[in-house]
Design a protein around this ligand. Sequence first.
Ligand SMILES: Cc1cc2nc3c(=O)[nH]c(=O)nc-3n(C[C@H](O)[C@H](O)[C@H](O)COP(=O)(O)OP(=O)(O)OC[C@H]3O[C@@H](n4cnc5c(N)ncnc54)[C@H](O)[C@@H]3O)c2cc1C
Length: 262
Amino acid sequence: MEILVCVKRVPDTSENEIEVNSSGSDIERDDLVYSVNEWDNYAVEEAIQIVENAGSGSVTVITIGDDESEEILRREMAMGANNGLLLSDDAFENSDGRGIATILKAAVDKGKYDLIFTGAQAEGGAAQVGGMLAAMLDLPYASLVNKIEVKDDKLIVGREIEGGNQEMNDISLPCVLSIQTGINEPRYVGIRGIRKVASVDIPVMSASDLGVDASVIGDAGAKVKRTDYFVPEFGDGAEMLEGSSEEIIGKLIELLKANGGL
Ligand SMILES: Cc1cc2nc3c(=O)[nH]c(=O)nc-3n(C[C@H](O)[C@H](O)[C@H](O)COP(=O)(O)OP(=O)(O)OC[C@H]3O[C@@H](n4cnc5c(N)ncnc54)[C@H](O)[C@@H]3O)c2cc1C
């Protein structure tokens, strides 16, 4: 089984204080610690397990980003992905979700994959790239996937439904799945693994390598334009608990007790 996993480099919320920038257009991105999007890490683990269980095939991790995005590809390769592919070009900057899916589709068309994974969502929270990519490729798609079983030339796929319910589906290959967290337990990436892939060659493809028309991606092609970005004002009676996680938990328990919640 040849599997492609789309991974995104995102700010690590456990390592950073996230603040809105002075122009109110985005978060302040200077000096942030970045890592691989959590959902994507589960997707890579699932892909590795499928290939390990089948005893054949390979996992390719792909990202759209700048030179620094290479580090997340190496991390996922240290975890066990076989190949990395970096899609990088100034023309990709400020793409909307459709632009991102357009670039990924062009890369998928250059390869031959039985299965394509995205995360259920990234830090943008739009949860749109997986569905759009599947539609552009004209492939079957399942979202919020929390269970995968390979059965001959198809998959049995579980989906997490609102209210804790579970749905099971047969889906034919090739297909696109967006992966929910909790589907597995991603393996630990040790320093030895990182060293092993430190000098592995990671190909880079530009808009022209992919044959993507620059007018349909990036700022020029974005039909969804972000116009504002801010922290909403607190509503009446709202209170922000501050301090370390332990202090916040303590304050929360006291509040629940004081208000009859416990
Ligand atoms: C400076 C800046 C300006 C922006 N301007 C706009 C704008 O004007 N309009 C707008 O709509 N958006 C804008 N964005 C958002 C950006 O384009 C989003 O990353 C994109 O829309 C994907 O949305 P998401 O992160 O919510 O992805 P989701 O759809 O939530 O992600 C789902 C999955 O798609 C895959 N995926 C997402 N991004 C990538 C990637 N880069 N490489 C590989 N796989 C990926 C991953 O598997 C991920 O788990 C801007 C972002 C920045 C940093």
